[in-house]
Design a protein around this ligand. Sequence first.
Ligand code: CDP
Length: 219
Amino acid sequence: MRISVAIDGPAGAGKSTIAKLVAKKFNLMYINTGAMYRSVALVADKNGLKPENKSEILKMIKTLEMHFENDDLYLNGKNVQDEITMPHINSIVSSYASIKEIREELVELQREMSKKFDVIMDGRDIGTVVLKDSKFKFFLTATPEERAERRFKELKARNIECSYNEILKDIIRRDYEDSTRAIDPLKKAEDAVEIDTTGLDINEVTDKICDEINLKLNK
Ligand code: CDP
């Protein structure tokens, strides 16, 4: 039987860092669904397509081949990880991710991946929609200030010009947009284990998740 692990939570809660570590421990493929929404936003924006230009965007998505290699997203054969995590994409991605038709296309691709591989997926609607039947669901949170601080350090380490206050504002706005949108909003699945990561280090959170997975695997 295939293993599918779902990790949801707001921006900067540590989902991707932790998902990559858990993936290594259980030999799972890490699928960063946020990267898929970011890629759609990137290509649409480059082609001057606004979120309202639904039919053009859907046509465009059909021309995109997305796969994950060593935790990075490859778009039509090119590693776009750096490009899609730039602040400009942060500021536009949620408006594309709120469009029902775009979500349907990407959710379909994500489910296909989970049928082919043992996966750990992170995002906003993994436990509630994409992997609704998963036995392993986690919901990570942390205060907006701590999440902004983590993102600030990450961007600084990559020498990307940024301001803590701008990042905090972006995170608060994106949390609001993601959790109030009509289609598949950010929400904890009823059967997800919630972990408040404020003040916890990466290893503590990873261990909690691995213990929980082992417990259920051995049941
Ligand atoms: O890394 P960060 O937490 O900042 O965000 P992300 O996981 O890369 O997701 C970027 C954006 O894509 C989110 O703010 C959501 O608007 C959207 N998203 C979504 O709607 N559903 C998902 N499963 C994953 C991301």
